[in-house]
Design a protein around this ligand. Structure first.
Ligand SMILES: Nc1nc2c(ncn2[C@@H]2O[C@H](COP(=O)(O)OP(=O)(O)O)[C@@H](O)[C@H]2O)c(=O)[nH]1
Ligand SMILES: [Mg+2]
Length: 463
């Protein structure tokens, strides 16, 4: 996107494309009330441009010829108290393709431009309604796939991350002010308690940045999903479990070994966590068919990427070398849960043998057929995840945040080192300025148009 105007009028359909109960067309910019006015006949017989802020009006949307198009509700927001900080009109009409296209078409024919993706939120950011992390949270909120990711997005949107970032900036500023005030004194004249005070400030801001950084990986898991992979020798019931967990027939199930070759992946929610469940081809020690070999390579790759591995054995047959072979292929740093499937059949697997292989890793007897043991499985998976996600204050959510914080952290480290080595304060302050600058980039106090383009291009049109 080349540099876009921010003070013209824009419009877009804000609801998903297709048929629905209602659709909303959003219009923003100076002059929108006057521009929409000729198309609206209010039942109150009042003019839109006279309408008070934050009011809703019922009436007809009409063509210039007077021909009615739809019965609509028009919401009026006036600058600066609106989403974008500008005058905003939202037209709620019936959610049909013809209606929405017609209304939008009329608006676009009267001096209003079609909005770019995310442009309403971009305007909100530029108007100072949101900082950059809050604008990003708008998108996270729309994309949230589980209760947990929703929780994080709404907190970030409400400004709790912004507040923590502001605290870091304030501390850096205080430290800089201290340093700059002391620059007038020769180094040896700095009182001991002034120095220890500064040392403490360094420590405090360092700890805050560190805590934000350490939450990143955990948070990424919550938003991008936790990879849970089913592995086992052929015919133990991996695909049956996969289908049963998804509650639909996604994977092929048959008595023939090697029915599954490509790993399949589907999303589901387990106790509020967004889980990406994978079914894999059975692991065997001597693949004969080249397709089996390829299937197994993919299984091994899926295993490497997984956060949790569900190692499935068939409880209705004795334990065999093939089960041992599977287990030996699971990277041991993974969370491993043993599933003894087919509990609806008589138990013939030797649990002592299983234990000698898997040690004290948790195991569950269950049945893909009767769903026995499923509650326990969900509790165990959620348990693993909760262990990883112990809350520690505010959380950053984007690689962009992580990089900015790492830059700040590195600059701070250099500043602290120079300070400890008793270098003249002139050598300390440039690094502190750099740390502060990185923090400002993070919140969007300083930004480039390119960065905004990247962030907002991910948005949908109308947001
Ligand atoms: N009785 C019983 N049979 C099962 C169960 N789970 C799977 N099976 C059967 O075991 C066979 C192999 O299942 P499948 O899911 O294709 O195994 P995979 O090769 O590990 O994916 C099929 O005939 C399934 O119907 C179960 O819990 N109980
Ligand atoms: Mg299968």
């Amino acid at each position: 996107m080349t540099k876009i105007e921010m003070d013209d009028m824009i419009a877009a359909i804000a609801t998903p494309f297709g048929e629905g109960g209602i659709a909303v067309i959003r219009v923003s910019g100076p002059g929108v009330l006057k521009t929409v006015e000729p198309f609206f006949v209010s039942h109150e017989e009042s003019k839109l441009s006279d309408a008070a802020a934050n009011t809703i009006h019922w009436g007809k949307f009409i063509e210039t010829s007077g021909l009615p198009i739809d019965q609509v509700l028009v919401s009026i927001f006036r600058a600066p108290r609106s989403y974008t900080g500008q005058d905003v009109v939202e037209i709620s009409c019936h959610g049909g393709l013809a209606v929405t296209k017609k209304i939008l078409g009329l608006l676009l024919g009267s001096g209003i431009r079609h909005a770019e993706p995310g442009e309403f939120t971009r305007r909100a950011f530029l108007a100072g309604k949101l900082d950059l992390t809050q604008a990003e949270a708008v998108l996270d909120l729309i994309h949230a796939k589980s209760d947990r990711s929703l929780e994080i997005a709404i907190r970030q949107l409400s400004g709790s991350l912004s507040k923590t970032l502001q605290e870091v900036k304030d501390e850096l500023l205080r430290l800089l002010a201290h340093m700059e005030a002391s620059l007038d004194f020769p180094e040896e004249d700095l009182e001991v308690d002034v120095k220890t005070g500064m040392q403490r400030q360094f420590g405090s801001v360092r700890a805050k940045i560190h805590s934000l950084l350490s939450g990143f990986e955990r948070n990424q898991l919550i938003r991008e999903g936790i990879l849970v992979t089913l592995v086992g020798k052929p015919n133990v019931g991996k695909s049956s479990l996969f289908n049963a967990l998804l509650e639909r027939d996604r994977a092929l199930v048959s008595d023939l070994p090697h029915t599954t070759r490509d790993p399949l992946e589907e999303a589901l929610e387990i106790k509020g966590f967004y889980v990406r469940l994978r079914d894999t081809a059975g692991l065997i020690s001597t693949p004969e068919h080249p397709l089996d070999k390829m299937g197994m390579d993919r299984t091994l790759e899926a295993l490497r990427e997984s956060h949790v591995v569900l190692c499935v054995v068939d409880g209705s047959v004795p334990f065999e070398e093939a089960d041992r072979h599977v287990f030996n292929h699971i990277p041991k740093d993974k969370k491993i849960l043993a599933l003894i499937n087919k509990s609806d059949l008589p138990l013939r697997v030797n649990l002592t043998e299983l234990e000698s292989l898997m040690g004290d890793r948790p195991r569950i007897g269950l049945s893909a057929k009767t769903r026995e043991g499923f509650k326990e499985l969900e509790t165990k998976i959620a348990g693993f995840l909760e262990m990883k996600m112990v809350e520690t204050g505010e959380q950053i959510t984007k690689l962009r945040h992580k990089k900015a914080l790492e830059r700040a952290s590195e600059a701070l480290r250099r500043a602290e080192q120079s300070f400890r080595e008793k270098l003249s304060l002139e050598f300390v302050t440039p690094d502190l300025h750099e740390a502060l600058e990185s923090m400002r980039e993070l919140t969007g106090e300083v930004y480039s148009e390119d960065l905004l383009d990247v962030i907002f291009s991910e948005f949908c049109i109308g947001k």
